[in-house]
Design a protein around this ligand. Structure first.
Ligand code: TXA
Ligand code: MG
Length: 367
């Protein structure tokens, strides 16, 4: 692919001017690529009905061709022709959670090119809950295929700067509306005879889905080892969200034991001379800082780079900081990373799913 000048369009308070909107719509109509903010992460958008434009998404990201893209629309009335069926229970989910961080996998119509859906006979659809995204989707009237706007395998982008770090020169435009709110991707679900199946945990929690129908979490979504063989959602198979340095994730039932193990590992790596990134809650970070100030010489302290995710009980805050912290370790060029795990409840399920993948399933049990 030849180099492209990547234009940055800044949204003012989440809103684009008519002129800016027209510029993006023209790029999409001509088969170009525009990254834009959603409430979850930044997406890399192209006309979902144009196989050549969609092929450019796969090329720009270096994404495996069997991994389907989510199709974004601005309104439910714009999706009828994309699906063969839109059964009652799926409609109920759409009514309850759209616009919002929920992707519903439905039987595809022939209108959606095979490349967009990774060759599957289903298509994942969502309406994002972000003023700029909605403005763009409503103005262009096209269904927009958009994976996260990162190089395949890297942490997903939560700012326009993250997008540029990975894709500058490969895409026509980035719409910058500041950091995204949720910070982790949408929940991907399929609706089955016996209820809702969660293929990827995300911004809508299992607890919230359960208020609508019985929920099963696909075993692939909770895997603690690499997933092999046929899967319901191809994204499950790939190493994802990973920092460049090797990482270890500490999990366990007791937060105190997890904190103790995180600190032990960090001190042990740093004592062996490794520049060590630590991704931890405020509580664990304070404990580690206290220890470094009190007991050890300064060299050890300098070798430990702490990134704080949020207060231990505040899983939404932790979720919003996961990708920022992982990218920061790459910028700091640490040799190794130690990550504090979270409980598997509420947003914690999505956080744990991303952290396990980020650590390449290298999980240390704390108890
Ligand atoms: O929040 C999000 O979902 C963001 C924003 C930009 O909307 N998008 C996103 O897309 O995370 P991506 O491509 O990075 O992840 C899409 C996931 C993949 O794991 C893919 O395998 C799964 O959704 N997926 C998409 N279509 C599917 C389908 N028809 N059947 C099963 N899984 C599907
Ligand atoms: Mg992605």
């Amino acid at each position: 692919m030849g180099a492209t000048d990547t234009q940055v369009l800044k949204a003012n308070d989440g809103k684009l001017s008519r002129h800016q909107l027209e510029a993006v719509v023209q790029i999409w109509k001509k088969g170009g690529l525009v990254a834009f903010p959603t409430e979850t992460v930044y997406g890399l958008g192209a006309n979902a009905l144009d196989p050549k434009a969609v092929a450019r998404i796969f090329a720009a990201k270096g994404r495996p061709s069997d991994n389907p893209l989510i199709v974004h629309v601005g309104d439910v009335s714009c999706m009828g022709y994309l699906v063969r069926e839109f059964p009652g229970p799926a409609r109920e989910l759409a009514q309850r959670f759209w616009p919002g961080p929920l992707t519903i996998v439905l039987p595809t119509s022939a209108e959606v090119p095979a490349i967009t859906r990774g060759g599957l006979d289903t298509v994942g659809i969502r309406i994002p809950d972000h003023p700029t995204a909605l403005q763009l989707l409503k103005s262009c009237g096209l269904p927009i295929a958009a994976p996260s706007a990162n190089t395949s395998g890297r942490p997903s982008p939560v700012t326009a700067q993250d997008v540029l770090e990975d894709l500058k020169g490969k895409i026509e435009c980035v719409v910058d509306a500041g950091p995204t709110g949720i910070g982790l991707e949408s929940t991907v679900v399929a609706v089955e005879a016996d209820g809702i199946r969660v293929l990827r945990p995300g911004g809508v929690t299992v607890e919230e889905l359960r208020e609508v129908a019985p929920v099963q979490v696909d075993p692939g979504a909770l895997a603690r080892e690499p997933v092999t063989g046929p899967v319901r959602s191809p994204g499950m198979k790939y190493r994802h969200y990973a920092p460049q340095a090797p990482a270890v994730l500490v999990e366990g039932r007791s937060p105190e034991n997890v904190a103790r193990r995180v600190i032990e590992l960090a001190v042990s790596f740093a004592s062996q001379g490794a520049c060590t990134g630590v991704m931890a809650s405020e509580e664990t970070a304070a404990q580690l800082q206290g220890l470094l100030q009190g007991e050890f010489d300064e060299t050890l302290g300098r070798r430990i780079q702490i990134q704080t995710t949020g207060s231990r009980g505040n899983l939404a805050q932790i979720a919003a900081n996961v990708y920022r912290c992982l990218r920061e370790f790459d910028r700091l060029q640490v040799d190794t990373v130690v990550i504090e795990g979270v409980p598997l409840e509420g947003m914690g399920l999505a956080v744990a799913n991303r952290l396990r993948k980020a650590a390449g399933y290298n999980v240390a049990e704390a108890d």
